[in-house]
Design a protein around this ligand. Sequence first.
Ligand SMILES: NC(=O)c1ccc[n+]([C@@H]2O[C@H](COP(=O)([O-])OP(=O)(O)OC[C@H]3O[C@@H](n4cnc5c(N)ncnc54)[C@H](O)[C@@H]3O)[C@@H](O)[C@H]2O)c1
Length: 277
Amino acid sequence: MGLTISVIGAGGKMGTRVTNNLVKHEKYNVLFSEKSEQGIKSIEERGYQVTATEDAVKRADVVIMAVPDTLIGKISEQIVPQLSNGAILLTLDPAAAYANQLALREDCTFVVAHPCHPSVFAENLTPEEHEDVFGGVAATQDIVAALHAGEEDKYSVAEQVAIDMYAPVGECHKITVEQMAILEPTAAEVVTGSAAVILREAYDEAVKKGVPESAARAFILGHIQICLSVVFKSSNPFSDACQIAIDYGLEEIYQPDWKKVFDQKSLDEVIDRMLEK
Ligand SMILES: NC(=O)c1ccc[n+]([C@@H]2O[C@H](COP(=O)([O-])OP(=O)(O)OC[C@H]3O[C@@H](n4cnc5c(N)ncnc54)[C@H](O)[C@@H]3O)[C@@H](O)[C@H]2O)c1
């Protein structure tokens, strides 16, 4: 056993995913911390024991905070003073670190690591890889990681833990916390997530207008693929008429200044909302 890794919130969605991967490694001694009845039950049903948070934190070389972002500030205030000297605290989303809600300590290192999820353009997938749209089970994904505060050599340890907990991983892109916040929430959730909701609403609207459901589904899902290929892979150009329709959609659907969501003010606003400040 090389490193003791304590996962706080080990019975939640991410806690379950990351502990499932970490326990595969003999080099890690994984401790499970959880608060809710449901989370504790789920850990025990998976055959693991729950360790009291204070004990888990004190014994850990690496603490992973797999708790809701709204609680990271409060829980980090409780656990950071209990970390052992030189320990690493790993969070799974940049929001709390970006908003300076994460309690820090000079002798410890703070890293954020987030999955990119498997690419929509991944090729030659097995059925298991195809099924694993989230990543962390069968399909290879890249991840991003950032050193928020602390030492570079400890960052490298945290990066390897992140690669193992999100495995299989293609590449880990080292970026800053600010860059990660531009990617998520802004690019991935504010823009991509809302666009996905609009795509779904377009499908619902077509069905409401009388298009048979199966025809609408086939047509829209196929067009999502070809449109993404044209804009991201330049697979072939849009036809002249299609380009006119796209320009009409950009005018009618989006506000001309929509890219202001990438401004610092918008980023701060959405993160404040996410953290329920
Ligand atoms: N869910 C996703 O798709 C996803 C993807 C990437 C990153 N993340 C990040 O992962 C983190 C966890 O999110 P989630 O979706 O897994 O949350 P979740 O709500 O599914 O799980 C959180 C778990 O933490 C437990 N918990 C709360 N307070 C606790 C405490 N004081 N001590 C011990 N356990 C406690 C809860 O009981 C729950 O089981 C967040 O930072 C989130 O942004 C989530």
